[in-house]
Design a protein around this ligand. Structure first.
Ligand code: P6P
Length: 333
């Protein structure tokens, strides 16, 4: 019988000097939220949760009913236990301070409750992404700027993938471990210990329809992948694009690959599509902990000082040797 997530977290906690169980409690609350989201996503049309909510989020994107429902699930499961001082979500303009009727704790939680939700109505895998930061010392009434910490300050990052199997993948800075939901007992069980990304790959993931908007280094890299051995690379490449970052990252953790949502000139003022605090940073922490790399093309994503709660950044992550090749093309440009 493999280890449950709860047992794994408690055993992990023993490595953390001075651990009070606070962090373990927070991760357990997040786990329950992901189980409830898995249920809602799995039921889909049967419980009338598909389709548009008829509203827009801070990103100006039309919200799906499940965007709103899953955001509520995350808030309700994580606001009451006293582990958090505040939360921030892709689906909310402002931060969410823990309501006065609940105790406050020392952590901050950022999350994208349903990433890739444009896929939900066509039954393609979607996911939840979360990141845990410490509130600045002594801060019990956090402001937005208390969330604006570089990715290197994360104490934990993870995602839930609602696919053929529901999985939870997490890192606390000691490697990456994957758990599969056993619906018969309602527990996430350790099935993918110590996940590692191969340093090399033959698979790239990018939205090719944006090709005319890319910068020269990205155009060069993708052109070489497309030409393979006929264009100077030592191998031929395959392409994937699920339009669900969680699914792409999980594939890369499982068999290698490079995922790119680079800077493009498609919309003025948008540095990229993906959000730093609750997409790029948590996924970068996980990828780096699995031996991969994650860059904007010019800088290590985890070292960026965030300028805003919903800041977007270019993302190039995955197999170390391919990410480093793309970075070298940017240096040479
Ligand atoms: P496009 C989903 O909306 C998301 O944020 C990521 O999960 C995904 O990788 C990307 O956007 C897809 O973007 O432009 O291909 O729809």
């Amino acid at each position: 019988m493999s280890k449950s997530l709860v047992q794994f977290i408690i055993e992990e906690q023993r490595h953390i000097p001075g651990a009070t169980g606070d962090f373990t409690g927070l991760l357990s609350d997040i786990e329950v939220a992901c189980k409830q989201i898995a249920h809602a996503v799995n039921k889909g049309a049967l419980i009338g949760v598909l389709g548009s909510a008829g509203s827009e989020n801070v990103q100006g994107e039309t919200q799906k009913k499940l965007d709103v429902i899953t955001n509520e699930i995350f808030l309700k499961n994580n606001e009451w236990a006293g582990h958090l001082a505040a939360m921030a979500s892709e689906e909310m303009d402002e931060i969410y301070p823990i309501p006065a009727q609940y105790p406050r704790g020392k952590y901050l939680l950022t999350f994208d409750p349903l990433d890739g939700s444009s896929n939900i109505d066509v039954n393609i895998s979607v996911g939840t992404i979360f990141s845990i930061l410490r509130a600045p010392e002594g801060v019990t009434n956090p402001k937005t700027e208390d969330f604006l910490q570089p990715g290197t300050k994360q104490v934990c990052a993870g995602y839930a993938l609602y696919g053929p199997a529901t999985m939870l993948v997490i890192t606390t800075g000691h490697g990456v471990n994957g758990f599969t939901l056993d619906r018969d007992i309602g527990e996430f069980m350790l099935t993918h210990p110590n996940m590692q990304i191969p340093a090399d790959t033959q698979e790239f993931a990018i939205n090719m329809s944006n090709q005319r908007y890319w910068e020269a280094p990205v155009k060069r890299y993708i052109d070489e992948c497309m030409k393979g051995k006929d264009g100077g690379r030592e191998k031929n490449f395959n392409m994937r694009w699920v339009a669900s970052m969680v699914a792409e990252v999980h594939r890369i953790l499982t068999r290698g690959g490079i995922f790119m949502y680079p800077f493009d000139t498609k919309e003025a003022g948008k540095a990229g599509k993906l959000r730093l605090l609750y997409e790029a940073n948590p996924m970068s922490f996980i990828v780096e902990q699995a031996g991969g790399a994650s860059s904007t093309g010019r800088e290590r994503i985890m070292e960026l000082k965030p300028s805003g709660l919903h800041q977007r950044v270019p993302v190039i992550l995955g197999s170390k040797n391919e990410v480093e090749r793309v970075v070298s093309y940017h240096k040479g440009a």
